[in-house]
Design a protein around this ligand. Structure first.
Ligand code: C2E
Ligand code: CA
Ligand code: CA
Length: 438
């Protein structure tokens, strides 16, 4: 066993030495981290933070016999070389547990994270091994007090993919490679009354990336505000084109606000500026704010919503039901529309219980003077159930997938103007189907 040394890179030499001296043994390079340790210092003070770190070091030293090498990399981060057969997750879990007990506040949980890289190529640079263990930590998405992630090549691939997205984003934006797609929203008569503006990324080879392939990367890298600015402008510009069109002048568009936008943009000022620039009515531009945004900074949103309301915008709470804060949120925020995510209905084995919840949520929204739109509606049965229970608007593949904005006309004609065409893929118009659904 090697002792930890103060010299910052001694662990690299020690690890190299152990690996070279024991070519037949299998080792793991493990890194530990306390997520947002800065917050511990900020909220509970540096003396408390130091107490936790001292305890952690003491426990690690006490268990030193399990590690071939260990060292403190940075304040709350440690590195370990462990023989594969001796690795015990439970040991680290116990250390995390003991350290957590220093925080006597039910509202705050510490998150201990462990990244494990199994050394398959002992010749690899030790720092590259450390990077891999760090990437494993970064891949942890769950919010548990203790979590472990093992590195595998897909983590590296994901990392490289993210880098590519980030490096190509600015030029794609300049070259207008982001497309505006629209997904229609219908009322209970089956008429299309609005649409949600969704982005797609058109690559040079003609491939179209869906938001799940780039939005989270742009959010994590704090770039999403640039895309949102661009998409809001496109939506406002389209609304101004529609103003003169008798078929579309009454339609509205919903735009998405990312939780990160709030930190980079004066959202109210920008949206007010856009309705002035394009001379459109703010009541035609609905603002979708996702439920999870409110959890992080509720007071900022109360202020934003008040400003947007004053200016005449309608506010929708997006993805309602997918987070954990739904009831507190409804108490504090005066939104106009609740957007119910039907995803949880689709994932369930117990349809009856889910339906009771949906029914009650719709009733509650009504009593709070909010309208309800359900998204992710995929079947006629769902549309019927929602309509019977008082849902006002519908969005989902059952009605239409998102379509490029220049194809929206065709969808509109099919639904609002054309009568049933027996040769069409759909047996009946949307209006017929929703009306029949009750
Ligand atoms: P969202 O705001 O919840 O948008 C609805 C998503 O549900 C869309 O996915 C839509 O295609 C999908 N969807 C619609 N109907 C159905 C259905 O019946 N079944 C199922 N399974 N899915 C359905 P899309 O277009 O891939 O967008 C995914 C998410 O990406 C959006 O979720 C939104 O959060 C985000 N997003 C898209 N465009 C933008 C944007 O320009 N800015 C920001 N900030 N976020 C965006
Ligand atoms: Ca949305
Ligand atoms: Ca949604």
């Amino acid at each position: 066993m090697c002792k930890s040394k103060l010299n910052s890179f001694m662990y690299v030499e020690r690890i190299r030495h152990v690996l070279c001296s024991n070519p037949d043994k299998r080792y793991l390079l493990v890194r530990s981290n306390i997520r947002d340790f800065k917050l511990v210092n900020q909220i509970f003070g540096f003396p408390k933070g130091n107490e936790i770190l001292r305890c952690m070091k003491k426990l690690i030293v006490e268990h030193g016999r399990y590690f071939e090498v260990f060292d403190q990399l940075h304040v709350d981060q440690f590195v370990f070389l462990i023989e594969k057969d001796k690795f015990e997750e439970e040991l680290f879990r116990r250390i995390a547990q003991v350290c957590s007990e220093f925080i006597d506040n039910p509202g705050f949980r510490m998150h201990f994270q462990l990244g494990v890289y199994e050394i398959t190529d002992p010749e690899m640079e030790v720092l590259s091994m450390c990077d891999r263990a760090k990437l494993a930590i970064k891949s942890i998405k769950i919010d548990e007090p203790f979590s472990v992630a093992w590195y595998d090549e897909s983590i590296m691939e994901e990392r490289l993919y993210s880098k590519k997205i980030i490096s190509e984003f600015d030029s794609a934006l300049k070259e207008n490679r982001f497309l505006l797609y629209l997904q229609p929203q219908a009322n209970t008569k089956g008429e299309i009354i609005s649409a949600e503006a969704l982005s797609r990324w058109l690559l040079e080879d003609g491939t179209i990336l869906s938001p799940s392939q780039f939005i989270h990367i742009l959010e994590d890298s704090e770039l999403i505000w640039k895309l949102d600015l661009y998409m809001w402008d496109k939506a406002a510009s389209l609304l101004s084109e529609w103003k003169e069109d008798p078929e579309k002048k009454n339609l509205s568009l919903s735009v998405n606000i990312s939780p990160k936008d709030l930190y980079y943009l004066d959202i109210a000022k920008i949206l007010i500026g856009l309705v002035q620039k394009y001379d459109i009515s703010p009541c035609k531009m609905n603002v979708e704010i996702t439920e999870c945004s409110f959890v992080n900074s509720p007071e900022l949103y109360v202020d934003l919503i008040a400003k947007l309301h004053d200016a005449g915008f309608s506010i929708e709470i997006d993805d309602f039901g997918s987070g954990y804060s739904s009831l507190t949120l409804l108490k504090n925020l005066h939104a106009d529309v609740l957007k119910l995510d039907m995803g949880f209905l689709q994932d369930t084995d117990d349809l009856i219980r889910s339906e009771i919840i949906i029914d009650s949520v719709i009733e509650m929204a009504k009593r709070l003077d909010m309208q309800v739109i359900s998204e992710g509606v995929e079947t006629q049965e769902q549309a019927a159930f929602l309509k019977i229970n008082g849902c006002d608007f519908f969005q989902g593949f059952y009605f239409s997938r998102p379509v490029p904005s220049d194809k929206f006309d065709t969808v509109l004609k099919a639904y609002n103007l054309e009568r049933t065409n027996s040769k069409s893929v759909r047996p009946k118009s949307l209006r017929d189907l929703v009306q029949e659904a009750v």
